[in-house]
Design a protein around this ligand. Structure first.
Ligand code: ADP
Length: 276
């Protein structure tokens, strides 16, 4: 059974519809990438999947139940969101923030017990943060903070992890580290991952399926080699690219094509080197 189902979802903030009749399923253990230009509705879709926004039309089901009928805590025991950055919680220590991930599992007025601390220790271990447990968030690098947010989500012991641009602002090494981490969790603990990303090549190498959004609709959905094509990218992003194969992984690889000044027929004489 699908762990998450988005069924004919349409959503508007005020007047304009931002999501139009979006449908897809997330199966146990899948790693799904959500691609699309700025403003195409990715973050809105993530908030709808998490139950933070209620769609005016359609339904989101997690574990076979409509999310709108669940309390926040019930939903948070199944689905965990990793936001882009933790700007507002800088004064907490790493361990304090990760411990917050346990709150959906605690009863009213009850305190954390030894199991909660064990789960937190394991989340810190998995994310390579055990040595930084007492460090404040404002004394960490962007990559470390991103790992803390993933650790907090893991402490929720979710079945689904939603990542909102987990590699934004990270250098290339940390981008790979974060996606390796998500990929390892996905393989070893069977957590389903849905990650919004702008990095088409990273999505192609980590995701089992990709949904490409265009103006609030799913333009195409499927395996990376089905979705990442020159035609789809031209139609969705409005640019020409070259798509060939990654030399090792054989996943689709996108290369952008620079528009050369002489082709634009603008500032530079044809063939003349630009003056730097
Ligand atoms: P993406 O994540 O793909 O960049 P978003 O889901 O953030 O897209 O935004 C989709 C559309 O919804 C955009 O046109 C954006 O301006 C609009 N939008 C996003 N958040 C709000 C909001 N809180 N109120 C009104 N409109 C919003």
């Amino acid at each position: 059974m699908a762990v998450l189902t988005v069924e004919n979802v349409s959503f508007r903030y005020r007047n304009d519809w931002v999501l139009h009749d979006v449908s897809f399923t997330v199966n146990p253990g899948e790693f799904i990438g959500v691609l699309g230009p700025n403003g195409s509705g990715k973050t809105t879709l993530l908030k709808v999947m998490d139950g933070l926004l209620e769609p005016q039309e359609g339904t989101v089901m997690i574990d076979g139940r409509p999310i709108r009928k669940m309390s926040r805590n019930e939903a948070a025991r199944i689905i965990a969101v990793v936001p882009q950055d933790a700007e507002t919680v800088f004064s907490f220590t790493v361990e304090e923030l990760v411990l917050m991930g346990r709150s959906p599992h605690l009863g009213m007025m009850s305190f954390e017990g030894s199991r909660d601390y064990r789960v937190v220790a394991q989340a810190l271990e998995l994310t390579g943060l055990s040595g930084l447990a007492g460090r404040r968030l404002n004394a960490l690098s962007g990559g470390e903070r991103q790992r803390v947010l993933i650790a907090r989500a893991l402490a929720q012991e979710p079945k689904i992890l939603l990542l909102d641009e987990p590699t934004a602002f990270l250098d290339i090494r940390h981008q790979v580290e974060i996606l390796d981490l998500a990929g390892n969790l996905n393989r070893t603990s069977g957590v389903s991952v849905v990650a919004i990303t702008h990095d088409i090549n990273l999505a192609a190498s980590y995701c089992s399926r990709i949904a490409m959004l265009k103006e609030g609709s799913v333009h195409c959905l499927g395996a990376p080699e089905v979705v990442i094509t020159e035609e789809h990218i031209r139609s969705v992003y409005g640019i020409d690219v070259i798509v060939d194969k990654h030399p090792v992984a054989a996943s689709p690889r996108v290369t952008t094509i620079r528009s050369y000044p002489s082709e634009q027929g603008s500032r530079f004489e044809s063939g003349a080197a630009p003056q730097l």
